[in-house]
Design a protein around this ligand. Sequence first.
Ligand code: IYR
Length: 227
Amino acid sequence: MSEKQAAFIPYTGLSYTPEESLERSKVFYQMMDKRRTLRHFSDRPVAKETIEQIIMTASSAPSGAHKQPWTFCIVSDPNIKAEIRKAAEKEEYENYHGRMSEEWLDDLIPFGTDWHKPFLEIAPYLIVVFKKAYDIIDGEKQKNYYVNESVGIAAGFLLAAIHQAGLVSLTHTPSPMNFLQKVLKRPANERAFLLIPVGYPAEYAKVPDICRKPLDQVAVFYESISA
Ligand code: IYR
């Protein structure tokens, strides 16, 4: 049996009146609803400290057994960015020329994507999110739990923090992504999860003219029926 014991401290979270909660939920939704995925970046620099704070927000996400099974690799070195672009475009060329189905290519028409990925060199930062299937602590393999769920939530926090700071991002999934593990020399327990260019929008930046589903298409409420 383990000697481990849980230690608890008083919860000191945020506390609001119902009215304040409603107001805050509206303000936050309005702010978050302005987030757009961008493909046109400026090369305008971003302060490293801003990126550090954004990463700490991402790493505040909940995770299975609080293992925080993620590593954020932050790439600003132009040589590494060029290497990543070259490898990503090689994979994407194959995707757009035979690996993706007709239906998939058709679904992507509104977004105007193709195999060219110049943003991988233009954006000042590439954040590569790695998931850790397990950790090595003092030479021992330590299991992680709900790794995809945990890293997915952390990536969501990351995108929200980027947006909140007035920066833009692209949730990019070059496929397959194993070249990132090689280029960034990550250990065997890490697998690339998402590649997220971060920066300011280009002056000419445009986004697809699309809208989001309304509440009744994304939520189902199960309420007690009062007589
Ligand atoms: N990974 C490719 C294709 C792509 C797939 C989806 I799903 C998108 O929403 C957008 C693009 C690319 O990055 O071009």
